[in-house]
Design a protein around this ligand. Structure first.
Ligand SMILES: [Zn+2]
Length: 106
């Protein structure tokens, strides 16, 4: 016998043969990543801005369109105003030694 028939499973999971290979499963979902980033950054990461984490967006330092990944190392919190700057080609975002960023007009 190879286990219960699919209709007999009580956990709602697909049969092992129908699941994605473990190598293709992302280890944390985006909700957990947002929680971790909020815990790490605590507030907007723009120098001099203290907007609280709950009001910030998660910004990808390297955009998906340029091969960026969704992971903690490539993400930071930015408030709505600074997130707009980050995506505005009129502004350049530069990381400073303490890990925060500054914006300057190009
Ligand atoms: Zn900000």
């Amino acid at each position: 016998m190879n286990g219960p028939a699919p209709e007999a499973r009580l956990d709602g999971l697909p049969e092992p043969s129908e699941r994605l290979p473990e190598s293709l499963v992302v280890p944390v979902d985006s909700r957990h990543q947002r929680i971790a980033i909020r815990h790490r950054d605590q507030h907007c990461t723009s120098h001099g801005c203290d907007w609280p984490a709950a009001m910030c967006h998660v910004h990808h330092n390297t955009p998906w369109s340029r091969g960026g990944n969704t992971n903690l190392a490539d993400a930071r919190l930015l408030c709505p105003r600074h997130h707009t700057y980050a995506h505005n080609p009129k502004y350049q975002m530069k990381t400073i030694p303490n890990g925060r960023v500054i914006f300057s007009r190009t």
